[in-house]
Design a protein. Structure first.
Length: 181
């Protein structure tokens, strides 16, 4: 089990305001399966995670967006958190990084508010996906079919709604990454 992903590098894009459990659980799943998760952020240093509205732990950034390219990673994970999702979608480097994974047909896992950057990247039209329920109008307006399900797989895109969905989300992300490496 520990070597299934054979050291594949998996990018996690997050910044201050990330929902800690939505970063930590997929990170552990990737790591436990033999992958190499790397935290990519808007700037170097540390980010502040949150447990809903309460401060959580800080996390050390591995690389800022200026130093990475989608070609260097096997897959991408976009955790949620309202502030995180909003900050990430407003950063042109993050949007371009996300576009690179879709252009290459690589697996992308997105949970909760992490999906806002997908809209900004223009990669949701014609797709079926889910998210935190308050984003459904945003996704529909961008041409996606939004559904209220625990986990949705559309091609190489895995989406989930909230922390309760993490077991199903992690399982599907691992399934797609295993098939890609």
């Amino acid at each position: 089990m520990a070597t299934q992903l054979n050291g594949a590098r998996i990018a996690f894009v997050a910044t201050d305001g990330v929902e800690q459990v939505e970063l930590d659980q997929p990170w552990s799943a990737i790591s436990d399966a033999g992958g190499r998760p790397e935290l990519i952020s808007l700037s170097a240093g540390k980010i502040q995670a949150f447990n809903h509205l309460d401060h959580g732990d800080t996390r050390q950034v591995d690389h800022n967006l200026d130093a990475v390219n989608a070609d260097d990673y096997a897959a991408l994970v976009l955790p949620g958190g309202v502030a995180n999702g909003d900050f990430v979608r407003a950063d042109e480097r993050a949007v371009n990084f996300v576009k690179g994974f879709f252009a290459a047909g690589k697996p992308v896992g997105v949970i909760c508010h992490g999906g806002w950057v997908l809209i900004e990247a223009g990669v949701v039209s014609g797709r079926t996906l889910t998210s935190w329920p308050s984003l459904q109008t945003d996704f529909r307006n961008a041409g996606a079919e939004w559904v209220d399900q625990e986990v949705v797989v559309d091609g190489t895109l895995v989406t989930s709604r909230k922390p309760d969905d993490l077991p199903a989300f992690c399982a599907k992300v691992l399934e797609l990454v295993r098939a890609a490496v």
